[in-house]
Write a protein that binds this ligand. Structure first.
Ligand code: BGC
Length: 741
C-alpha cells in the first residue's frame, strides 16, 4: 500500500511539473500549439538581422537558426539515393567522419522502373529514417526532371520521360521521407533537362508544353505529396534564372499551387541581388555568389541574401514584409522537422534498409529479351562473366548523389556467392578506372594497361570454354556518362563494348547482356544476345538484386521508365536550337527552344510511327500475361468520372507481377495537336500461375484534358476516347471506348 502511494505521489509531482513547464513555455516552443501560431510567435521575437541570417547558408550544407531563441540550425543533405557523407564546413571534400557510411538505395531511375507506389513509399520511409538519424532536416531530393534527351547526364537521378509516371512515383517517396520529420526537397524546378551549360542556358518552352510535360510531376509533389521544400534549378527559364524566376516560383509554385514550404536555391544557383530578394527564393545555398567558381572561403556574408539584402532593407529597396514571408517559410520548415512535436529519431544502416534496397533494386530490373538463357539453369556449368561493370563499385561518383556506403555488393561478388567456383571473370574492356569522388574512395584498383585487342582475345578464348556468358557493361558515373555536370556524347555503349559483345557472341551464343545505366543506351547488337537485361545503379545491394533476377529467385517485373530509341537521329531533338542550345545576338545566355512541344519520349515515337529498340513501359517476365475483356463506362461528364477495366491472366507456369498500363487516346480535333496516346494509369499486380484479375481504373475529365494556353486552363474536349490497355506504350493488348459529353 505504502509502495503504491509513493508511486502515485511521484506521478502527481511529475505531472504537475510537466504541466507547469508547458504552461510557461513560449508559444513557439510549445509542441501542442498549432504550427502557424508557433511561426508567428517566433517571428515576433526575431530581429531583422536574425531573419536575414536564416535566409542564407553558413556552411556548405547548413544555415543558422536563431541561437538566441534556441531555434536550431537547418541542415540539408544530398540526396535522392542516400545520405551524403559529412563534408567539410567550407569544402566539398568529405570530412572523414567514420560514422557516416550510409545505406545506398537504388538510383531513382531504378525506383521508377518498379512502377510500384508501395516500393516508393518504402524507399521514402527508409531514406527518411536515415536522414533523421543523421540529424538532417532537408533531404535534397527527389529529382523529377523529365528525360527529354537520353543524353542528359542526370537522367539516372530522375524518374523517366513521363509526367504521370514521375508524378505517381514521387508522391509516396515524399510522404515516406516527411513521415520522419524530414523535409523532401523536390528538385530541380524546372525545365532543367540537360547538364551541358546548365548554368548558362535559357529553356524556352511554350505554355502548353510546360503545363502538360514539365510541371505535372512537380505539381503532384507539392499538392498530393505535400512537399515541404522545392529547389530551384541552375538554368534559366525565359531568360530569368530559375532560383529566382518570378513566373515559376511566385506565379505558379506559390501562387497557382499554393505551396507554403521553403524554396531553396541550387548550390550557387542564385545569381542576382534584387531578384533573389523579390522573386520567390527563401534560402540561398552555394559555393560563391556567382555560382560555381572558386572563391575565398567563408564567403557567406557576400551571398545575395546576406549583406546585399541587409543593405537593401536599410535603404528601403527591400521591404520587411517580403523578408517575413521568407522567415515564416523557414520557421515552418524548422517546426516541421527538427522542432516537430512528434519526436522522430530515425535509424541508420540496418538490415531492414539493406533488405528494402535489395527489393527495390530487384523489382526495377527490366528483362528486355529472353530466348531461354534466363533464368540461369540450376544445373548450369561454367559461367564466364565479362565486363568492367561486374566489378566496378558505382555508389561512388556521379556528382552530388555521390555516397559513402557501408558496403557495396558487386555483380561479380553476388554471382560468386550464388554459383561459387563455376564463376570466372575477364575484363573485356577498360572503361573508367576512377574509384574516388570528393575524397570518398571505393578502395579498388581498376588500372589495366592491356590493349583492347588483348582484352577481347582473352574474353573470346574464355567464352569459347563456358556454358553461359554474362556480359555486364553499360555506362558508369564518370564524366560524359551518367554524371552531374556533363551530358553523354553518344547513345551507344562507350569504350568499344559493342565489339566485345559481338566477338563473344560469335563463339558462344548463350550470351546474356546486362546493361547497367540510368539512361537509355542503344543496342544495335541486340540480335546477337540471347537475353538482355536492363539493370541500374542499385546501391549497396546492387549485385544481390541483379543475381536475384538472373537466377529466377525474383521473377522480373520492372518496366522501362523511358524509351530506348534505335538512334539519336530518330528522336524529337533535331536541331541545335532544341539541344544543346545556340548563341543569339543580343542575348546574354545560351538559348534553347523546346520546339518539339509535347512530343517527348513515346509521345514522339508513337505519334510519328517511328520504330524504337524498346518502347516506354516495356519489360518481360519469366511468365506470360494475357489481356482480355476491356470495358469502359459509356460516358464521362464535367464533374463526373468513368470506370475502365481489363482482365489480366497469368498464362505461364510461374507466379509473377505485371504492370498493367492504361493509355488514353484522345479524339482527333482539327487544329488541336495530341499525342497518339498518353499514360493515364498503371497498376502493378501480382498473379499466381494461372490466376486472373480484373484491374479497374477511374478517369475524370481532368485526366483526359489538355492545357489550353490562351485560356490558361485545362480543357476536356468532347468526343470518343480510347482506353488502351497494354504492356508497354507500343504493345496495346485490349481497348474500349467512352464518350466525353
Ligand atoms: C546539385 C543539386 C545538389 C546540390 C548540393 C548541386 O550541384 O545540382 O542537386 O543537391 O549541388 O550538393
Amino acid at each position: 500500500m505504502r509502495k503504491y502511494s509513493l508511486i502515485l505521489a511521484g506521478a502527481i509531482l511529475i505531472a504537475s511539473c510537466a504541466g507547469k513547464k508547458t504552461a510557461n513555455l513560449p508559444v513557439y516552443l510549445d509542441p501542442d500549439k498549432p504550427l502557424e501560431e508557433r511561426v508567428e510567435d517566433a517571428l515576433s521575437r526575431m530581429t531583422l538581422e536574425e531573419k536575414v541570417a536564416m535566409t542564407h547558408a553558413q556552411s556548405k550544407f547548413s544555415s543558422p537558426g536563431v541561437p538566441r531563441l534556441g531555434i536550431p540550425e537547418v541542415w540539408c543533405t544530398d540526396g535522392p539515393h542516400g545520405i551524403r557523407p559529412e563534408v567539410l564546413w567550407d569544402d566539398w571534400d568529405q570530412a572523414g567522419w567514420t560514422n557516416d557510411s550510409c545505406t545506398a538505395f537504388p538510383a531513382l531511375s531504378n525506383l521508377a522502373a518498379t512502377w510500384d507506389r508501395e516500393l516508393s513509399r518504402l524507399y521514402g520511409d527508409c531514406i527518411g529514417e536515415e536522414a533523421r538519424y543523421r540529424k538532417k532536416d532537408i533531404l535534397l531530393g527527389p529529382g523529377i526532371n523529365i528525360c527529354r534527351t537520353p543524353l542528359n547526364g542526370r537522367n539516372f537521378e530522375y524518374m523517366g520521360e513521363d509526367p504521370f509516371l514521375s508524378g505517381e512515383m514521387v508522391v509516396p517517396y515524399i510522404q515516406g521521407v516527411q513521415a520522419n520529420g524530414v523535409a523532401a526537397c523536390v528538385k530541380h524546378f524546372a525545365v532543367n533537362n540537360q547538364e551541358v551549360r546548365r548554368t548558362l542556358t535559357s529553356s524556352n518552352v511554350d505554355d502548353r508544353t510546360l503545363y502538360e510535360i514539365y510541371l505535372p510531376a512537380f505539381k503532384a509533389a507539392v499538392q498530393k505529396g505535400g512537399a515541404w521544400a522545392v529547389m530551384g534549378s541552375y538554368n534559366l527559364y525565359n531568360n530569368q534564372f530559375n532560383c529566382h524566376n518570378k513566373r515559376l516560383l511566385c506565379d505558379i509554385l506559390k501562387g497557382e499551387w499554393g505551396f507554403d514550404g521553403v524554396v531553396v536555391s541550387d548550390w550557387g544557383g542564385a545569381r542576382d541581388d534584387d531578384e533573389a530578394v523579390t522573386n520567390g527564393l527563401d534560402m540561398e545555398f552555394g559555393t560563391w555568389t556567382n555560382g560555381l567558381t572558386g572563391a575565398p572561403s567563408d564567403s557567406y556574408n557576400n551571398y545575395h541574401l546576406a549583406r546585399p539584402y541587409l543593405e537593401r532593407l536599410a535603404d528601403g529597396r527591400a521591404d520587411e514584409a517580403t523578408l517575413n514571408d521568407k522567415a515564416r517559410r523557414i520557421l515552418r520548415t524548422i517546426f516541421r522537422t527538427s522542432m516537430n512535436p512528434e519526436h522522430h529519431f530515425g535509424r541508420f544502416v540496418c538490415p531492414e534498409h539493406y533488405e528494402a534496397a535489395r527489393k527495390i533494386a530487384a523489382e526495377g530490373i527490366v528483362l528486355l529479351k529472353n530466348e531461354g538463357a534466363l533464368p540461369i539453369d540450376e544445373k548450369v556449368g561454367k559461367i564466364l562473366v565479362v565486363g568492367e561493370n561486374a566489378v566496378k563499385k558505382m555508389v561512388v561518383g556521379g556528382g552530388s548523389s555521390n555516397l559513402k556506403t557501408r558496403y557495396e555488393v558487386t555483380p561479380l561478388e553476388a554471382l560468386e556467392e550464388a554459383y561459387g567456383e563455376k564463376v570466372s571473370w575477364v575484363r573485356g574492356y577498360v572503361g573508367d578506372v576512377s574509384t574516388s569522388y570528393n575524397k570518398v574512395s571505393t578502395g579498388q584498383d581498376l588500372s589495366d594497361s592491356r590493349s583492347s585487342e588483348e582484352l577481347i582475345a582473352e574474353a573470346v578464348a574464355e567464352a569459347g570454354k563456358a556454358d553461359l556468358v554474362i556480359f555486364i557493361g553499360g555506362l558508369n558515373k564518370s564524366a560524359n556518362q551518367d554524371n552531374e555536370g556533363t551530358d553523354r556524347v553518344q547513345l551507344d555503349m562507350p569504350y568499344g563494348q559493342e565489339s566485345v559483345i559481338r566477338a563473344i557472341a560469335a563463339v558462344n551464343p548463350k550470351l546474356v547482356v546486362v546493361n547497367i545505366s540510368g539512361s537509355p543506351v542503344s543496342m544495335p547488337w541486340a540480335e546477337v544476345a540471347s537475353a538482355i537485361v536492363q539493370s541500374w545503379y542499385g546501391g549497396t545491394e546492387t549485385g544481390h538484386a541483379l543475381v536475384d533476377v538472373l537466377s529466377g529467385a525474383v521473377n522480373p517485373s520492372g518496366k522501362l521508365p523511358f524509351t530506348v530509341p534505335c538512334s539519336l537521329e530518330d528522336g524529337p531533338l533535331k536541331t541545335e536550337r532544341q539541344y544543346p542550345g545556340v548563341r543569339e545576338e543580343g542575348k546574354r545566355y545560351w538559348q534553347e527552344y523546346y520546339d518539339e512541344g509535347i512530343f517527348v519520349g513515346y509521345r514522339w515515337y508513337d505519334t510519328k510511327g517511328i520504330k524504337v529498340q524498346f518502347p516506354f513501359g516495356y519489360g518481360l517476365s519469366y511468365t506470360t500475361f494475357d489481356y482480355s475483356g476491356a470495358k469502359a463506362g459509356k460516358s464521362l461528364r464535367e464533374g463526373g468520372s468513368v470506370k475502365v477495366s481489363v482482365n489480366v491472366r497469368n498464362t505461364g507456369d510461374r507466379d509473377g507481377a505485371e504492370v498493367v498500363e492504361l493509355y488514353v487516346a484522345a479524339p482527333e480535333i482539327e487544329g488541336v495537336e495530341r499525342a497518339a496516346k498518353e499514360l493515364k494509369g498503371f497498376e502493378k499486380i501480382f498473379l499466381k500461375a494461372g490466376e486472373s484479375r480484373t484491374v479497374t481504373f477511374t478517369l475524370t475529365p481532368s485526366d483526359i484534358s489538355r492545357f489550353d494556353p490562351e485560356a490558361h486552363k485545362w480543357v476536356a474536349d468532347k468526343g470518343t476516347y480510347k482506353a488502351l490497355f497494354g504492356t508497354s506504350s507500343a504493345d496495346i493488348l485490349a481497348e474500349a471506348t467512352f464518350e466525353m459529353k
